[in-house]
Design a protein around this ligand. Structure first.
Ligand code: SF4
Length: 378
């Protein structure tokens, strides 16, 4: 922290969080975007990266929203604020979620299968999905959630203590707690712990390239292949996400993609076909694609769950386009949660829920026909 006025002691920070968060867990904040917040309500933590002075205010260049904020204004993602002409993140060292998860939960199926990931999230998101599963933490700000006091060094210590091979930045949107994730990832990398991102992929190229120097794997949501749907369903745009997928891949990050099929929103067979074709033609044949089943939630509670048959049709389309590893998720007991060798069809990893029940990959190859199975296996 460069400005002492903006710092508070850890004890006061925790006290302040607890006081502010009473009752908030079930009652998300719907504060207006860019609203002015009084100084007493704020928890200042860290000077933000990728900020730029403009005649209209301070611009954040981390994601394509490129918020331009005047003194006291809060960002679209609800966790950044301008004070004394500088942009500060309020999401640094104060995760509202910290859990040990199986890596399969992200989902990452081709990355250290059966390992554990120390998983953290702060409040805030740069999109506003109508179907958000984690809306209670994504659509609010860090001063309104019940938080842990976990600076980067402590996250790495906790990861070691709990025998996690990786740290996952997940649940809400890690792009919006970029500084916290990045600095934690730097320390983790030095300590031999891997870093994984579960993200909406809504990030600008420059911060993403820097992030790729410390991130080992990512699962990115590709929410739709229609720009209009992206805007209405998620308050985002398609092209920056497609650009981000390419950057992740080009920079050597192990990538998997999730497409949640939401009835009436993202269930067009034509659009699913276009998406699979694009992935196939743009170098993503070896990138696992997870079609995920929607369950009614948040502002789309009135919709039915995705028909399983539709998920199977989508998977067949993807396979037909030459994608090698296609999965169906959120359907307990389905046979399309297993990994099959793209050459001989042998089930090389069998899964039950998040549990690995068999692993027949030897030195990164199918134990039956010796074909390389793409992924990071050890
Ligand atoms: S990360 Fe947050 S503050 Fe920065 S541009 Fe995106 S929404 Fe705005």
């Amino acid at each position: 922290m460069t400005d002492k006025n903006f710092d508070i002691s850890k004890r006061n920070f925790v006290k302040k969080c607890l006081a502010l968060s009473a009752g908030i867990a079930t009652m998300p904040c719907h504060a207006a975007i860019n609203s002015i917040v009084s100084e007493e309500q704020e928890i200042y933590r860290k000077l933000a990266m990728f900020q730029e002075e403009t005649p209209r205010g301070i611009m954040c260049r981390i994601c394509p929203n490129e918020c331009v904020l005047k003194e006291g204004e809060v960002s679209d993602c609800r966790n950044r604020i301008v004070r004394k002409s500088k942009l500060y993140t309020m999401a640094y060292g104060n995760p509202c979620s910290a859990n040990v998860d199986p890596i399969e939960k992200k989902p990452l199926y081709h990355f250290l299968p059966g390992s554990r990931a120390f998983s953290i999230a702060t409040a805030g998101c740069n999109m506003a999905c109508l179907n958000c599963q984690n809306w209670a933490i994504s659509q609010t700000s860090p001063d309104k959630t019940r938080n842990f006091d976990l600076p980067p060094v402590k996250v790495v210590e906790e990861s070691k203590r709990t025998n996690c091979r990786s740290i996952a930045y997940t649940y809400s949107e890690p792009v919006t707690f970029y500084e916290y994730a990045y600095e934690t990832a730097v320390i983790a990398k030095e300590a031999g712990i891997k870093n994984v991102f579960k993200s909406n992929g809504y990030i600008n190229p420059e911060p993403l390239k820097q992030l790729c120097t410390v991130i080992d794997a990512a699962n990115i949501d590709l929410k739709s292949f229609n720009d209009n749907t992206y805007l209405k369903l998620a308050a985002g745009k398609l092209q920056p996400v497609l650009d981000a997928l390419k950057i992740y891949k080009d920079n050597g990050v192990w990538l998997e993609i999730t497409n949640l099929i939401v009835p009436n929103w993202t269930d067009s067979i034509d659009e699913i076909g276009e998406m699979c074709k694009w992935l196939s033609e743009n170098g993503f044949k070896e990138t696992p694609l997870h079609f995920s089943r929607f369950y009614p939630t948040y502002k789309l509670e009135q919709l039915p769950p995705t028909p399983v048959e539709l998920l199977r049709t989508a998977a067949n389309i993807a396979t037909g386009e030459g994608l090698k590893y296609v999965y169906i998720g959120n359907v307990p007991g389905n046979d399309m949660a297993d990994t099959r060798c793209p050459n001989c069809g042998t089930t090389v990893i069998a899964r039950q829920g998040y549990r690995i029940t068999a692993n027949k990959i030897l030195n990164g190859r199918c134990s039956n026909c010796n074909t390389i199975i793409d992924g990071i296996w050890s």
